[in-house]
Write a protein that binds this ligand. Structure first.
Ligand code: SF4
Length: 531
């Protein structure tokens, strides 16, 4: 089947997910909803019993000096749970944190003895979470020392620590800087005390500003995240947040769209009326547009569509590397990464993480072969381009002439006001920038179907909608006794990042992966979901 025939036969609901809606108001309704949090393709899963062998083989290879290497370390603890969070793992408890840090340091020491990490030069380290800043000074120093003592760090290696303003106190700052941290990324989300209270943030506006001021007096790059669309946040409050952030003098900022996870705590709290409603997708689009205009008008430079910098002190190296397909070694419970054509996610729960470590194994929750290198390379370029607001389509065509077929998708988006083009290069319009994640995921899926010649199997799915969802279909085949509600409950129990990865897998891959699980485990998953 040609791609053109496929598009013209696509049922209207799936066409809307893949290409968007035909609308006179693309700012607010170019697509039915946001499709995914992160765009990407997943190759074929590695069977559970082969994971350790495949990992050891990869780590025995020496590093490829033409590639960039980064490290991601995950700290799975938070002092409190934010209402909107789909990634929360564990509450901070001192003795649990101490045991975890001991295992994490052991993991770092063990893996850095492999030839691959011995020969790689590391350009960036990102310690994310969870709340890495919640670690005690002693524990954060142990992690930082283990990284610095056992890795070959580039002289200008970027070392980022992520966390919350609540931890920005003198004794912790001293430990971070002494351990080599040169970039701190703080999730402030909003300066408005009332909005902060609605979503479970601890400190009030005055405390946040005082702590930021104190941190900025040190020689460290400071980045702050804000979220638009929070409960009770109207346009005026949002713009006040952006202006306050500008006045604070931070070096860079991320402006994120609120994700409301179906069935999550935020959705439930709004339904119960315990917090005010959040902006809908149209309101979020307006907030994005207003902040964009405000910051561009004040001379801020954009490094990606959601990341801005005041000056060149901010390089955002880890994020650029991760988005453009650099090798990322994962360490710690809940970390993700990719090495030697494999992508993985490590166990998100502490017990299985600790048990695997004690068995001397890398604690994989899932491992997959990435799509074949040519397609992976194209995919990295599409993600990297669209993250920055353009598409060098001519360059993609030079590498893969069959992608000519996706021109009709681009033409559709151009007609709907999401892109413009000059020659063979496309630029996202301000409206297209808001919807870029949908466009990226669609373009990746279309490119994969064309390159792998699997156009018939392309079935775009909206997160939260099970109709035509390969994950739902595979569970239905394996567990015919489960009705639609039971299947949905089961899928909701899968941690959000894993669920998103699974939903992007082909039906064949999912079948292989789930069919490999013992029937008793599937039944346990089902009864847990229902219970
Ligand atoms: S601090 Fe971050 S990871 Fe922890 S609950 Fe809040 S948003 Fe989630």
């Amino acid at each position: 089947m040609s791609f053109a025939t496929f598009l013209s036969n696509l049922p209207p609901a799936q066409r809307a997910v893949l290409l968007g809606l035909d609308t006179d108001d693309p700012q607010h309704a170019a697509f039915p909803a946001k499709r995914v949090v992160h765009a990407g393709l997943l190759g074929s899963p590695v069977p559970k019993q082969n994971e350790q062998t495949v990992w050891l083989k990869a780590m025995e290879e020496t590093a490829d000096r033409r590639r960039d290497y980064a490290i991601y370390v995950h700290i799975p603890f938070c002092q409190t749970r934010c209402l909107y969070c789909g990634f929360y793992q564990h509450a901070t408890r001192q003795e649990v944190e101490d045991d975890y840090v001991q295992q994490l340091v052991a993991e770092i020491k063990r893996d850095t003895a492999f030839p691959q990490l011995k020969t790689a030069t590391i350009s960036s380290i990102f310690i994310g979470g969870g709340t890495p800043t919640s670690l005690t000074p002693t524990n954060v120093s142990s992690v930082l020392n283990a990284l610095r003592d056992n890795l070959n760090l580039a002289a200008d290696c970027e070392i980022t620590l992520e966390g919350r303003i609540h931890d920005v106190v003198p004794e912790k700052i001293a430990a971070w800087l002494a351990g080599g941290v040169n970039r701190i990324s703080l999730g402030v989300q909003s300066f408005d005390t009332q909005i902060r209270r609605y979503v479970g943030r601890i400190d009030d506006r005055e405390t946040v500003l005082a702590r930021l001021k104190n941190l900025l007096a040190h020689d460290v790059t400071v980045i702050v995240d804000l979220i638009y669309g929070l409960p009770g946040q109207d346009m005026a409050k949002w713009l006040e947040d952006v202006a306050t952030l500008e006045e604070s003098g931070v070096h860079g900022m991320d402006l994120y769209q609120l994700n409301i996870f179906p069935g999550g705590n935020l959705e439930k709290a709004v339904q119960k009326g315990t917090v005010p409603p959040c902006a809908d997708i149209a309101g979020q689009a307006d907030m994005y547009g207003a902040a964009r205009e405000y910051l561009l008008g004040r001379g801020y430079e954009r490094l990606s569509l959601c990341h801005w910098r005041k000056d060149k002190r901010e390089g955002s190296r880890y994020n650029s590397m991760a988005k453009s397909g650099a090798v990322v070694y994962p360490f710690g419970c809940g970390a993700g990464g990719n090495v030697s054509g494999l992508s993985f996610m490590l166990e998100r729960h502490l017990d299985p993480y600790m048990e695997a470590m004690q068995r001397g194994q890398k604690p994989f929750m899932m491992m997959a072969h990435q799509v074949e290198p040519h397609l992976q390379h194209l995919s990295n370029q599409i993600i990297d381009n669209l993250e920055r607001g353009y598409l060098h389509f001519g360059e993609l065509l030079r590498q893969e002439p069959r992608l000519q077929e996706v021109r009709q998708v681009l033409a559709h988006w151009e007609e709907n006001g999401l892109m413009t083009h000059t020659g063979s290069d496309y630029t996202l319009t301000p409206i297209g920038e808001f919807w870029y994640i949908n466009m990226t995921q669609s373009l990746l899926e279309c490119s994969q179907a064309i390159v792998e010649d699997t156009i018939e199997n392309l079935s775009p799915v909206q997160e939260g909608n099970t109709s035509g969802d390969p994950l739902d279909e595979v569970i239905a085949e394996l567990m015919p006794q489960a009705d639609s509600a039971a299947r949905q409950a089961m899928v909701k129990k899968i941690p959000t990042p894993v669920r998103m990865m699974l939903k992007r897998s082909s039906k064949d891959s999912l079948k292989k992966m789930l069919a490999g699980l013992p029937p008793s485990m599937l039944e346990r998953m089902m009864s847990k979901a229902m219970g």
